[in-house]
Design a binder for this molecule. Structure first.
Ligand code: ZN
Length: 238
């Protein structure tokens, strides 16, 4: 509307309408089939590729726990083959774990091979990392991937968050956030809204409850958190 005040200057009043953008509550990383109308990305082990359906969203990869005794060559070609499907939207979870799986040198090799597949197929990478942060940061520096990387199920301290953020990574928080220590709450607050994801992982928890809890820790509305994660999702998998 235009109001003509007595001084004769036209003033435009901008009325902001409620956003009509389609919003979904996104589960960035889960091992369960999708529920209701949430939008979830289901992470499958390479031994589970038969669970890929035509319509849901998936990521696949050789998990660091299973880097030891299998026929890796055959598994790389499975990653390469299945990740070409348009609804397999990322490579993961892959990564490094000093508590389980093959010796770290072997895990680095398996991780690197899959990063190369991700780069070739233009798929982002979802990472499982336990006590191998220095190695992971070194790999990021050395490989200089074009595709974005996200750490899933993060439960570390904010000092580490800062290092991962400056290496350009996204960070996803899972069920541990429901009983977050002071340290984990600080980590959640340290991640800016444009680098954050929320996930249920393998736990039977309510996604909505996770969003509510994390938005309280970040002192924003759940709606705001949802909106930002929708944007991050488009950016990360875009
Ligand atoms: Zn997982």
């Amino acid at each position: 509307m235009i109001i003509k005040p007595f001084i004769g200057v036209s003033v435009f009043i901008v009325v902001s309408l409620p956003s009509t953008k389609y919003q979904k509550m996104i589960d960035f990383h889960t091992h369960q089939p999708p529920v209701d109308n949430d939008s979830s990305v289901r992470s499958l082990l390479i031994s589970e590729v038969d669970k890929i359906t035509p319509h849901d969203l998936f990521t696949i990869g050789i998990h660091p726990w299973y880097t030891e005794e299998m026929d890796l060559k055959a598994h790389y070609s499975l990653v390469n083959e299945f990740a070409q499907r348009s609804n397999v939207i990322g490579i993961g979870e892959i990564g490094l774990d000093k508590h389980r799986g093959a010796p770290i040198e072997k895990q680095i090799e398996v991780f690197e091979k899959q990063v190369l597949i991700a780069e070739k197929l233009n798929k982002p990478v979802i990472i499982h990392c336990v006590r191998a942060w220095a190695e992971l940061l070194e790999l990021k520096k050395r490989l200089k991937p074009e595709m974005p990387w996200a750490i899933h199920g993060f439960r570390g301290q904010s000092e580490l968050v800062k290092q991962l953020l400056s290496a350009g990574m996204y960070i996803s928080f899972g069920p541990e956030s429901l009983n977050a220590s002071e340290g984990l709450q600080e980590s959640i607050r340290t991640v800016p809204l444009n680098r954050l994801f929320v996930e249920t992982d393998d736990a039977d928890v309510s996604l909505k409850y996770l969003y509510t809890t994390i938005s309280k820790i970040k002192r924003i509305t759940t709606r705001d958190l949802e909106e930002n994660i929708n944007d991050n999702f488009a950016e990360f998998f875009g």
